[in-house]
Ligand binder design. Sequence first.
Ligand code: WTA
Length: 566
Amino acid sequence: MSHIGSYENRIKDFNWSLSEQELGYKAGDKINIGWYCSDRICKLGKAGKKALIWEDFQGNVKEYTYDDIRVLSNTIADYLQKRGIQTGQRVCLFMDRIPELYIGFIGVLKMGGIVQPLFSAFREESLFTRLNNAETTAIITQKKLLPTIRKIRDQLPALQHIIVVDAGDAPLKEREVPMNMEGMPRVEQFDVFSSTAETPSVLHYTSGTTGQPKGAQHVHYSLISQYLTSKWVLDLQDNDIYWCNADPGWVTGTSYGIIGPWSNGITQAVLDSGFNADRWYSFIEKHRITNWYSAPTAIRLLMKEGTELVRKHDLSCLRHLSSVGEPLNAEAVIWSQEAFGKPFHDTYWQTETGCIVVSNYPGMPVKPGSMGKPFPGITATVLDMKTYEPINDVGKVGLIALRPGWPSMIRCYWNNPEGYKNKFKNGWYLTGDRSSIDKEGYFWFVGRDDDVINTGGHLVGPFEIESALLEHPAVAESAAVAKPDKVNMEVVKAFVALKPGYDVNEDLELEIMNFIRKRLSPLAMPQEIEFVKSLPKTRSGKIMRRVLRAQEFGEPIGDISTLEND
Ligand code: WTA
């Protein structure tokens, strides 16, 4: 049993007020995540403790104490305020995993802005869709990403400030301004914005089946869930050196790559570099990482390299391992036991939930292949697919649903009340995933209940890809679906019908693939294009992606009569 007590004891009379008490928060108080992640930790006597150990691609290391985070985030907050950026305005962070991204996140929250992190691999169209929907006022970015922003800035009237963290002597255009975090005069004291529980904090864009990505809007009160789940599920302890693999462009990289560890006063390490097994193990060894939050795709890549490579490193520092984002297959859990002497603990949640909702809690026996049990304070069940009533039969597959009301649940989709309303049935929040529950209450993930593609733990919406495909002069109609992949679990495959006058050939396939990569991102790029004469449709003309997907996975197509009549 772990130091935090048994699962059964924890759920018995759990109340979120426990987290409030630990954080010294009372209903009606001010609550600002930026302050909780920096000033408060300094006040608790940890000003000199390392908050961030950052390493770049070449192995250069920079370290920041909690006092550095406090002062540098003040400096950024003050800079934004002096530029005239108002509370409630959206400030996008569009950067690689550099220190300015992490500290900028805290800075935006401290001045009362709504922080909108976007993955730096997004290209012009993906970026445009999200900045346009959020009517973003400012974007903090790197010089190398300016060409992408310059292509779209004139169509974004709300975007008044393009703030470049590494401008140096580079010539800047109108509305582009430099911000040298380490070079500016440091602001020791800053009047942190008096946000309260329901003040908007973070806006993360996530994909659904229909329409363009939706802005999942969180509030400062989310801290109550993120703080406690980091402590109890990820098992963060005071002496930990914690490493979260996720990029803050995605929710894991903010909830558990910034807010969770820093509100707990933990030292975290960041590696701003892509995947390389040897490099990753060296990073763990060098910084004595004790607590690691990773993802199944990364674990599968490590498995491919074998245990011999693991043995070349001293990884005895690792104490607790967790995983999120995709189904963690039983083999990966068993392999990690063999390779590291401990299992990866699966955790399940979503952008919309803001915090882990089902997990393998430390101290609970891990059933390899299962996602574990609901976090105390989370009521989770599976619903019948037709009646939306809870299923009482053990092992029967249904829709994973949660009883609304936990602190970090999103409060709306930005400018999309209809989309938000559709997420609820009979008083339950529908995750859009399917699972069964065994007799001991463990959840077993089955799959998504929509057409969203989960590639390497990143969600990609078919509509966004299909819209971009239609902009190619040769494409008459298309459907983007998931295709199975050994490492990424799923990749994008596009079915394309060409306009008259265009011939199928390999050059065209490559051209279309690149077209998507350059407009959207490498993630959204189809790995395969199948040219077809026409696409299967319902009688009302809707493309039946489900039929194409089933074909890719070799699954039975099932009853399509309802689809045909749609
Ligand atoms: C999937 C990421 C199986 C699921 C935190 C969910 C998982 C979506 C798991 C959310 C898991 C996440 N096992 N599937 N442990 N964790 N998923 O919004 O389909 O980027 O709905 O949030 O990823 O992805 P999102």
